[in-house]
Design a protein around this ligand. Structure first.
Ligand SMILES: [Zn+2]
Length: 268
């Protein structure tokens, strides 16, 4: 199974200062300097995060990436219900907005045989509900992607149009994924082992090749922006935040009231 490109964001109406240049060819290509400025980051702080990733996660066991034996596949509806239940377990005081977001977000399954799996959450603005498009062939990695996209959808509803820079958007999506894995563990679901394996496999990519690419780019202020720079920092923050932060603090992240710097300072 190949990887999944699960974050093709199209901020159709958000006031984001940075957009995907491919979606707006009239705009100038953004650079590393723009990305750092948007997040109020500097290269030294980013390197510090990458060093922490290398220290904490470089020795993660390789596991058995190809083995999915024993996975009890969930049909689409059950997978969605588990996703919402996991988020409710993770943020029980926010069950109202979680259920509202689930009920009113349009969810469209796209199946493109032979194509790499993709998913996207479309931002329809603060007065509307987002739309999730995803492929689903009952694989554990796709269930994680579903939880990822629901994390994006919940963040869009919670932040009510505030500008949320991409690292913090991805933190919310990764918190959605980790909520699903934790929920499966706590409920002794037979899917837990395979979900956890798929999570670790993704983490190796974020903390391996994608961290290396970001580190290389940090030496070049004019380096053209690539969305994948957001993932290593966001994955690291999401793991640490889920371990250490209160539920109120976590909700302030979904609501767009916590910057990357705030999160780093809280975790220091
Ligand atoms: Zn994403």
């Amino acid at each position: 199974m190949g990887g999944c490109d699960h974050a093709v964001h199209v901020p159709t109406s958000s006031p984001a200062a940075m957009r995907d240049p491919a979606a707006d060819p009239q705009r100038q290509q953004h650079s590393l300097a723009d990305w750092l400025a948007l997040h109020e980051l500097d290269p030294a702080t980013c390197r510090h995060v990458l060093d922490a990733i290398g220290h904490d996660f470089a020795s993660a066991p390789a596991g058995h990436e190809g083995a999915q034996s024993g996975y009890q596949a969930l049909d689409l509806e059950v997978a969605w219900l588990r996703t919402v239940e996991a988020m409710r377990d993770f943020l029980p005081e926010r069950h109202g907005i979680i259920e509202d977001t689930f009920a009113k977000t349009e969810k469209i399954v796209v199946d493109l045989p032979g194509r790499s799996r993709k998913a996207v959450t479309l931002d329809n603005g603060p007065d509307a509900y987002p739309m999730i498009l995803l492929s689903y062939r009952q694989e554990p990695a796709e269930h994680l992607i579903m939880a990822h996209e629901f994390g994006h959808a919940l963040q869009l509803r919670a932040s009510q149009g505030r500008l949320v820079p991409p690292i913090m958007r991805e933190v919310c999506a990764f918190l959605g994924e980790s909520a699903l894995v934790s929920h499966a563990r706590q409920r002794n679901h037979p899917q837990h082992a395979c979900l956890a394996r798929a999570w670790r496999k993704d983490s190796r990519r974020y903390f391996g090749v994608q961290s290396d690419r970001l580190r290389a780019a940090l030496a070049t202020p004019a380096a053209p922006y690539t969305y994948s720079w957001n993932y290593p920092v966001a994955r690291y923050l999401a793991i640490r935040i889920s371990e250490r932060c209160s539920r109120d603090r976590i909700w302030s992240i979904f609501a767009g009231r916590t910057s990357v710097q705030d999160a780093l300072q809280e975790l220091a």
